[in-house]
Design a protein around this ligand. Structure first.
Ligand SMILES: [Zn+2]
Length: 123
């Protein structure tokens, strides 16, 4: 029926690995902020934008749902200005995951930010 409309899929495929790498960072941001206060989609989206992460709703909402399904976030619904808004808070399990991710992140930063650790060619 419809002709081929795959023109947009090439750049998406090309950046998939890059996206997968960054989504790990995004999840750590989400857990961190959910540990500070209850978060909601639009609020965390704006926060992530400030860090240069541009996530569509089609990416952000499943990510929140997955963290909830994993038991890392707990959802509560509140009515704000007549609209139901879904808030997420970190759970005990989520705190454990965040603690582990934090120490791993620090270890990673320490390793990759030391210039001397970059291998150099033979002199
Ligand atoms: Zn953040």
């Amino acid at each position: 029926m419809a002709g081929q409309q795959n023109k947009k899929s090439a750049p998406l495929e090309k950046s998939k690995l890059q996206r997968d790498l960054l989504l790990g960072f995004v999840k750590i941001h989400v857990l961190y902020h959910a540990a500070q206060e209850a978060i909601y989609g639009a609020g965390i989206s704006a926060e992530l934008e400030e860090h240069g992460y541009h996530l569509s709703w089609g990416t952000l909402y499943p990510l929140l749902h997955n963290l909830e399904a994993a038991g890392f976030l707990a959802r509560e619904e509140q009515v704000v200005d007549g609209k139901v808004r879904k808030y997420y808070r970190i759970t005990e399990l989520g705190k454990e995951a965040l603690d582990e991710a934090r120490s791993k992140a620090l270890e990673l930063v320490n390793e990759i930010s030391v210039p001397d650790s970059v291998p150099v060619g033979p002199e």
